[in-house]
Design a protein around this ligand. Structure first.
Ligand code: ZN
Length: 129
């Protein structure tokens, strides 16, 4: 299954938990694994707190400090910081499914991470039973 994610900012974390849960329900998976995968070199997927929206702002703030916008980058496209952030965060997450539901902690959510937006993105969701 492929989810469409429309981003609106240069860097942004978008909570896609509900979309992934919908995918689990529509596939009728009871027990298994759910892989959430980002096929973009300037995006990523991560799991973190979804209750307090300031957490994702803090994550972006620190990523932007760790990976500066201006540096002696060689990549001619001008978006090397986005590529570096993509690698630091990672392209996928694997979540257990029990009783037809994602096994996420109370405060956890699944986020698509945009590092070179705004763009129309795809997130692949695959299941292992
Ligand atoms: Zn590039």
């Amino acid at each position: 299954m492929i989810l469409d994610v429309k981003t609106t900012d240069k860097t942004q974390l978008i909570d896609i938990t509900a979309k992934v849960e919908d995918a689990v329900r529509s596939e009728g998976i009871g027990e298994g694994l759910c892989m959430v995968y980002c096929p973009h070199t300037t995006g990523a997927v991560t799991i973190n707190e979804s209750a307090d929206p300031s957490v994702k702002e803090d994550i972006l703030m620190i990523l932007n400090q760790v990976v500066p916008w201006k540096a002696d980058y060689r990549h001619g496209e001008g978006n090397s910081p986005a590529h570096v952030k993509s690698t630091l965060v990672g392209a996928s997450e694997l979540v257990a499914i029990e009783g037809g539901r994602l096994v996420l902690g109370t405060w956890q959510g699944i986020f698509f991470c945009e590092f070179d937006g705004p763009r129309n993105r795809k997130v692949h969701v695959r299941f292992l039973e």
